[in-house]
Ligand binder design. Structure first.
Ligand SMILES: NC(=O)c1ccc[n+]([C@@H]2O[C@H](COP(=O)([O-])OP(=O)(O)OC[C@H]3O[C@@H](n4cnc5c(N)ncnc54)[C@H](O)[C@@H]3O)[C@@H](O)[C@H]2O)c1
Ligand SMILES: Cc1ncc(CO)c(C(=O)O)c1O
Length: 304
């Protein structure tokens, strides 16, 4: 397999493109936004530099080209990765367009954060080749990729995706049921819901929460996974603490005003210069560099 298409060049697309090119693939990328297409090459270059620092195996001959249409990107591709906003109808529109152009042998993947693959592939031509390929941000650094089969996804497609994830130097994890949010985001969003609730209720301020979680469970979970941590702490401890604490945890079914009010005010985070914290363009660049440097250092240790 030599050619991949990436549709969507926002937060995730450029890092995915760089990772694929590092593995020797010819990548054709498309974004509806001319602005995103214009910024993408610099973002791809930054991700490529990080992959070099990570020491990810370089397969010569890879490249990334930004093309002027979805059809041009998808034509002749062996793998297509959809990376547009998390809206089911938009993803279905994109897959319908992809299916019109893609060869019968092409694998079609969605980087959806948690929309069931079954819902994306329903009614599509040749749905057996459609699979979830859920990367984690930043995609060129975090190696874990969730591989999710929808109801109509062929087992061979899952096997192909597992092998492909390994080929590009990543770590595939097969999710056995096509549940909303898959696994990573169900865990992440339960943590995020509790964190937002604690800050919103004034139990702790945002900066101290980040320190508490990053240097506590975040640090520990990077080395000892949750199931292993249960054995390390003792299931009796979990049993005793959980018996009174579980009923106290936030279980809201909606999104906290702490978040919805900021979204309504256009305060989306780094992408708008402010969200929970405020950012300057220079500060964002420095943060991105520092975070990439630290994530690279941690990944090297964890891979030992
Ligand atoms: N941001 C994350 O942390 C993260 C991590 C993993 C997966 N995801 C998932 O990946 C997908 C993309 O996320 P993102 O953060 O990169 O989003 P984003 O909003 O940063 O980027 C989406 C890009 O898609 C483009 N786009 C919109 N409509 C299009 C169309 N019709 N054709 C071509 N391009 C179009 C936009 O111009 C934009 O550049 C979403 O499903 C998201 O849930 C996000
Ligand atoms: C807030 C948030 N939501 C989704 C994802 C991945 O789908 C991430 C991530 O990859 O870090 C995230 O931080």
């Amino acid at each position: 397999m030599t050619k991949a298409a990436v549709i969507g060049l926002g937060t995730m697309g450029p890092g995915i493109c760089a990772t694929l090119a590092r593995a020797g693939l010819t990548v054709a990328a498309f974004d509806l936004s001319a602005e995103q297409c214009a910024r993408a090459p610099a973002m791809v270059d930054m991700a490529t530099q990080v992959l070099e620092k990570l020491g990810v195996n370089l397969v010569p001959g890879g490249s990334v080209g930004i093309v002027e249409s979805l059809d041009r990107a998808v034509a002749g591709a062996d793998l297509v990765i959809e990376n547009v906003p998390e809206k089911l109808e938009l993803k279905r529109e994109i897959f319908t367009a992809i299916c019109r152009v893609a060869g019968d042998g092409a694998i079609l993947a969605s980087d959806t954060s948690g929309i069931p693959i079954t819902d994306i592939q329903a009614g599509m031509a040749n749905p057996g080749r459609i699979v979830g390929m859920h990367w984690s941000n930043p995609p060129h650094i975090i190696p874990m990729i969730e591989v999710i089969a929808g109801r109509e996804t062929k087992p061979d497609t899952v096997d192909w995706m597992k092998a492909f994830a390994r080929r590009i130097g990543h770590l595939p994890v097969v999710i056995r049921k096509d549940v909303p949010g898959f696994v990573e985001n169900r865990v992440l969003y339960s943590v995020m819901r509790e964190c937002v609730d604690l800050v919103e209720r004034g139990v702790i301020d945002a900066q101290d929460l980040d320190t508490c979680v990053s240097w506590g469970i975040g640090y520990k979970l990077a080395v000892v996974g949750p199931m292993s941590l249960l054995d390390m702490a003792g299931l009796d401890i979990y049993n005793a603490v959980g018996s009174y604490l579980n009923r106290e945890l936030c279980d809201r079914a909606d999104v906290a005003p702490y978040v919805t009010e900021r979204v309504a005010a256009g305060r989306l985070g780094m992408k708008t210069g402010g969200g929970i914290y405020d950012y300057t363009p220079e500060g964002i660049a420095a943060l991105r560099d520092e975070r990439a440097r630290k994530l690279v250092a941690v990944r090297r240790i964890l891979q030992e």
